[in-house]
Every structure is written in C-alpha cells, then in structure tokens.
Design a protein around this ligand. Structure first.
Ligand code: FO1
Length: 312
C-alpha cells in the first residue's frame, strides 16, 4: 500500500504518474482541505477536486484545476446579479459543489461525500480529506487576515505574508483512514506541494506528524522547490517572507523529523550533502513534470528509490 500526502496541481501530476504504475486499490491519497472555501452558498474543496478531476481524466490540463472545456454561463449570470465572481467556477464544476453541499447539508461527512464522488466518477484509488472538521488556511497580510483563496486568487499573491493561520486546527481530527493509511503503508510519499499551506496543514492535524514518525513505511518527499523557485504557486514567496530558506534544503528541514528520503531536482545536486547532514537520504533526478511521460518517469523513480518498484 502506498499513501500520499497531497495538495493541488503539483501533487495531481505525480499522482497521475503513480496511478499509471500502482494498482488503484493500493493507492491512498490524503488531501489538504485548508484551501476549502464557500462561494454562492456552496462548499468548494479545490484540492480534492483537482485530484479527483485528474484521476477521472476530467481536469483542465492547461490550468491544472477545473474541468476541461467547461463553460461559465452560471458565473456570468451571478455577475449580472452583482455577485463576486473572481473565483472562477465553471458550470460543470458547479455541479460537483452543489452535490457536495447537498450531501454535507444532509449530514454526510466530507470523507463520505468524497467517497461518493469518487464512486460516481469511477475513481478506484482511495481519496481521503485530511479532516472532516472545519479547517481554513488564512494569511496574515498588511490588510488583515484573509482566506488563502483571497490571498492567492483574488489578490494574486502580491501581499507581504506576515504569518499563516491554521484556523480550526485545534478541533480538527484526522478523517477516518488518515492515521491507519499512514501506519499501514509500505511507502508514504509527500507530493511536491506547498510545504506550508498544502503539506503543512496535513502535518498540523492531530496525530499525523506522530504517526509519520512511528510508521514502518519508507517516507519519501519530492521537493516543490527547484533551484530556489517553484513551478507554480506562491510557496517560494511565502517561505521568503516567513524567513524560511527558499531552497530544497529549506523544505527538507520542514520534514526532517520524519523523512527518510528526499528527491530533489538535478539542479539542486550541490545541496545533497547538506540534506544528508539532516539524516535524510538525498537523491536527484529531473523533477519537472511537463508531459505525461515525465509524470510516469518521476513516479517510477520515487517508487524505485523507495524500493517497492523494480526498474524495467
Ligand atoms: N485558481 C485560480 O487561480 N483562479 C480561480 O479562479 C480558481 C478557481 C477554482 C475553482 C475550483 C477549484 O477546484 C479550484 C480553483 N482554483 C482557481 C485553483 C485553486 O485556487 C488553487 O490552485 C488551489 O487551492 C491550490 O492548490
């Protein structure tokens, strides 16, 4: 069994690669829900949707989120009524949020709704939200504390970041299957996602860091930072503002209490020695995932290094 900790777009690419090699029933994906938000009365779970749409073959590959060839008629009408439409929800995408919200209002947990959506979209891998409880990632800026989506999408990540608030973290229990899937896994893969607002949130859930230290699984992470910058998203900016070294080494330090192996890009080969001083085995490869073949190649590399996959 392989368990992955995942955020949005970067994670979805690696998971897409993994799903080409690993039998679906052997792959569990624990997903960040700190990005969840409410628009037009609907519960949106962006990272859950990015992962499910990717595995269902529905994702808009160009953007990395939303549904391919979606239309925006509903949003246009909402705009005409004077509603905020900076968060671009497509017509087909809206069906997911309506379905999710209806189930949540009927008393189902987010993990049950996610299971239902996966079944309906014929996804065989197991996708689990990190928690069924309220959890919202908020960013401390000069204009006040704002929701992560407002910081990222509405304001284009231009603000100086003074801190990150995991609102609700005290009461957020791991969703059913989170702890067990880490404990029972042969390999736990930390995807190349934002270490602060995608992986950091999962690690902040009660018991998760502890079980990562206790499990016999090999724990392997892929760096989202390549040569001091990110492929997508604000991780590098956020790390810089928060005084965290913006490098693969800076990421390795955030995981050093539980990590066995760290996969970095070839350009970061000079950092191998420093990472290994943390007691983590460091390996390098091309970690860019531009094509489907890149995704599969990186997934094979990760599994090979973790010794569960024999190279062909
Ligand atoms: N990202 C954007 O940059 N702009 C959007 O308008 C936007 C809408 C959106 C709608 C549904 C969804 O599931 C994701 C959406 N995203 C959008 C992506 C999302 O904001 C982030 O990429 C993730 O939260 C980070 O993983």
């Amino acid at each position: 069994m392989i368990t992955t900790l995942a955020g949005g777009v970067g994670a979805a690419k690696l998971i897409d690669g993994l799903s080409s090699i690993v039998p679906p029933e052997e792959l569990t994906i624990i997903v960040n829900t700190g990005d969840d938000c409410e628009f037009h009365g609907l519960h949106i779970s962006p990272d859950l949707d990015i992962i499910t749409y990717t595995l269902a073959g529905l994702v808009d590959e160009e953007k990395g989120w939303g549904i391919k060839n979606d239309t925006f008629n509903c949003l246009e009408m909402l705009e005409a009524y004077g509603h905020d439409t900076w968060f671009r929800l497509g017509d087909r995408d809206l069906a997911t949020h309506i379905h999710r919200t209806m189930m949540l209002r009927s008393g189902y947990k987010l993990s049950e709704v996610t299971k239902d959506i996966c079944a309906k979209l014929r996804i065989k891998q197991r996708i689990i939200p990190m928690t069924d409880d309220y959890f919202a990632t908020k960013i401390k800026t000069d204009t006040g504390i704002i929701h992560f989506q407002e910081y990222l999408v509405k304001r284009g990540a231009v603000d100086v970041v003074h801190g990150i608030v995991y609102d609700g973290v005290e009461g957020a229990k791991p969703a059913p299957g989170v702890i067990e899937s880490i404990m029972d896994a042969k390999v736990v893969i930390v995807c190349p996602s934002n270490p602060l607002v995608s992986i950091g949130t999962i690690l902040a859930i009660k018991g998760v860091r502890q079980v990562l230290r206790e499990t016999k699984a090999k724990k392997i992470a892929v760096s989202p930072i390549i040569g001091g910058t990110v492929v997508k998203g604000p991780a590098d900016k956020m790390m810089r503002y928060l005084g965290i070294e913006v490098s693969a080494l800076g990421v390795a330090k955030l995981y050093s209490d539980f990590l066995d192996i760290f996969v970095m890009d070839e350009v970061d080969a000079p950092l191998v020695h420093e990472v290994e001083k943390l007691g983590i085995k460091a390996v390098v490869t091309n970690t860019l995932m531009k094509t489907k073949d890149d995704r599969i190649r990186l997934a094979k590399f990760v599994l090979d290094v973790a010794s569960v996959y024999k190279k062909a």
